[in-house]
Design a protein around this ligand. Structure first.
Ligand code: ADE
Length: 218
């Protein structure tokens, strides 16, 4: 699986890609990520990526040509091209599972007040929103997609297959979890305890307890 990210802020991704499980997954070869500076695909000395909107209005609109050139230089036969916009289809665990079957994903991060609509009309295969709120751009959504999709790729996180028993067509199972100490006292007279069942060693009861509190993330 390869993720391409097209952005005007490539350095946003430096810490993201060089820490923790993302770095580990990349080092193990479970997936790879390349970040592309949209300004490298401009053809003027000012490396212009935006312009005023036709028909008036405030703010700037991202131009179609640099995005076209960037995508065309990266696109392969099986590439899936995604545009991040709050008007897109909602990104969910199910969608992440679908995306984890792709081999090459090209993500376009919009910025400013908008992107020339010809990008969604002619270049992107799909528009994705990560939630019903308006961010300043598509960089945070791109990170959300890389994190969510990469952690379900085989071999990316932990021991091979350790997430599989928590995942099926229905969604991803999330449980309440606790670790030591069994009792934590934040101040005198107050005790925060781990539920007794989890300490019982009775596997059947433990699994009943977990199932009762399970949340399926769809
Ligand atoms: N760009 C701005 N807001 C966004 C959102 N909620 N999802 C995806 N892209 C966005």
């Amino acid at each position: 699986m390869h993720f391409h990210i097209i952005t005007i802020f490539p350095s946003f991704f430096d810490p993201f890609l060089s820490e923790g499980l993302i770095k580990k997954g990349i080092d193990k070869g479970a997936f790879s990520v390349s970040v592309h500076d949209l300004r490298d695909f401009t053809d003027d000395v000012h490396r212009t990526v935006d312009d005023r909107p036709f028909g008036g209005g405030s703010g700037m609109v991202m131009k179609v040509e640099p995005i076209y050139r960037a995508v065309e230089s990266l696109r392969r036969e099986n590439s899936k091209v995604i545009l991040f916009t709050p008007r897109g289809r909602r990104f969910t665990q199910k969608k992440a599972l679908e995306m984890s079957k792709e081999s090459d994903i090209i993500m376009i991060c919009g910025r400013y007040e908008g992107i020339d609509a010809r990008v969604e009309e002619h270049i992107a295969d799909e528009k994705i929103s990560i939630g019903s709120y308006v961010l300043m751009g598509g960089e945070v959504p791109a990170m959300a997609v890389v994190e969510t999709v990469s952690r379900i790729l085989p071999g990316a996180v932990g021991k091979d297959g350790f997430l599989e028993n928590r995942m099926n067509e229905e969604g991803f199972a999330e449980y309440k979890q606790y670790t030591r100490p069994e009792v934590f006292s934040p101040c005198e007279g107050v005790e925060w305890k781990v539920p007794k069942t989890l300490l019982s060693g009775d596997h059947k009861k433990v699994s009943q307890w977990k199932n009762k509190r399970k949340r399926i993330i769809k």
